[in-house]
Design a protein around this ligand. Structure first.
Ligand code: FDA
Length: 400
């Protein structure tokens, strides 16, 4: 039987980083992953360029960019390992990168740069990586610690770190392993759900908009009531089955089934006023006037909804113009669902943070730690989820 100080299960963002840091602190670390390829989610992240962190993250106010039953849980880890710390590591490895909008940092070349960096950090820490390797069972060891039954034999480890991520994209290795281990040791789970995911609509109700698939435009999107209200100014993308794009991915994390989302398709524009002015000076079709402010395809599809809107603007009654402006700036619609795990970028929910120390990520089961996405901490789109992976991994590694 082989013996290690620490076994980390899951060689994704959090697992690789934790194993590397722990190894460099002098621990004998085994890193195990069942997938044939390392860190597949890092590879496909950020459209292949890895949006590895976000400069706008404020560790003192994590609730601004993170969700979960306790959005303050992540404060401790995020303030001890900040975006600047990770940027410094990226610089040390000479990885060229740039800032896109809203503080998002991406690699200039490819996500492979970041995977190589994480592997190099593991190598510097003398980490043993078994991949692919299946963990069949986890038991408490006879002399404390944990025994893992793997398809490469039984392993003894003093501490066990679960970094198996969330349920999204099962085709590249996602599994419910972390949630099963939590249950096995009597730890509570917050029901997992797909987040950062496109929203879908009833096929018949969506048919007037299906022809808009591929169209993208800046919008304001909102959901929820009063204190719970979430609002984003981002790009919207029409798809064959519903809505996607950054605006919808962001709002999906806050959306509750059977409730509406509200869209302003002309944010920052007093459309009512603009259309009344157009009526006073123009004889062009209303669709053409609208197309000065909205994508022409959207304007065309929209006016098809009412006969009164399919006329020259000067012939459209004031009330019909006001209705049009109102519907474009406050379009309320109730999604029937989401595209689910197949398309979700992350899992919301996971291991209940009440079961974990916010300082060390150790659970109430001594020696058992949970880091990264398997924990009920979900970030906004824009590099926040990776920063949680790095920060939770670092906090854990310091405590092992
Ligand atoms: P991660 O998923 O990285 O790793 C989990 C590992 O555990 C995997 O290697 C898996 O094979 C392994 N595993 C699972 N079950 C196992 C089992 N039973 N036995 C052994 N191993 C097992 N975030 C961000 O901040 N910026 C971005 O640009 C993007 N982009 C993005 C694009 C797409 C398409 C997706 C799907 C996701 C993103 N994300 C993102 C989210 C980000 O990828 C995610 O939050 C982190 O990878 C989470 O890191 P973890 O290490 O927790 O899980």
């Amino acid at each position: 039987m082989q013996s290690f100080d620490v076994a980390v299960i899951g060689a994704g963002a959090a697992g690789l980083f934790c194993a590397g840091v722990a190894g460099q602190l002098g621990l004998r670390v085994l890193l195990v992953d069942h997938a044939p390829k390392v860190a597949e989610k890092v590879r496909i992240s950020g459209g292949g360029r890895c949006n590895f962190t976000n400069r706008d993250l404020d560790p003192r106010a994590p609730h601004k960019h993170f969700l979960g039953e306790n959005p303050h849980f992540c404060r401790s880890a995020l303030s001890r390992y900040t975006p600047n710390d990770f940027i410094e590591l990226v610089r040390r490895h000479g990885i060229p990168h740039h800032e896109k909008h809203k503080g998002q940092l991406f690699g200039d070349r490819s996500s492979d740069d970041f995977i190589r960096m994480l592997l190099a950090e593991c190598e510097a820490g003398g980490v043993t990586r078994w991949q692919p390797c299946k963990v069949e069972a986890v038991r408490q060891g006879a002399e404390g610690g944990y025994a893992l039954d793997t398809d490469r034999g039984v392993v003894q480890a003093g501490r066990l770190v679960i970094a198996t991520g969330g349920l999204s994209i099962p085709q590249i290795g996602a599994s419910d392993f972390g949630l099963r281990i939590a249950r096995q040791f009597g730890l509570r789970i917050v029901a997992p759900r797909a987040a950062l995911v496109p929203l879908t609509f009833d096929a018949q109700a969506w048919s007037p908009y299906a022809s808009l698939a591929g169209l993208s435009l800046p919008v304001r999107i909102a959901t929820g009531e009063k204190k719970q209200r979430a609002v984003f100014d981002e790009d919207l993308l029409f798809t064959h089955r519903g809505l996607s794009g950054p605006a919808v991915l962001q709002i999906s994390s806050y959306w509750q089934p059977d409730s509406p989302v509200q869209l302003d398709l002309a944010p920052g524009l007093a459309l009512d006023e603009v259309l009344r002015q157009a009526k006073a000076r123009s004889r062009r079709l209303l669709a053409n006037e609208l197309a000065a402010h909205l994508p022409a395809r959207l304007a065309d599809a929209w006016v098809q909804q009412e006969a009164a809107w399919q006329r020259p603007v000067n012939e459209v009654p004031d009330k019909a113009l006001a209705q049009l402006a109102q519907r474009l700036s406050d379009w309320s619609l109730v999604p029937t669902g989401t595209e689910g795990w197949r398309k979700a970028e992350v899992m919301a929910g996971g291991v209940d943070t009440r079961e974990l120390s916010s300082q060390t990520l150790e659970s109430k089961q001594p020696g058992l730690y949970f880091i990264g996405e398997v924990v009920d901490v979900t970030g906004w789109l824009g590099g926040y989820n990776f920063q949680w992976a790095w920060a939770s991994a670092f906090a854990c590694a310091q405590a092992l």
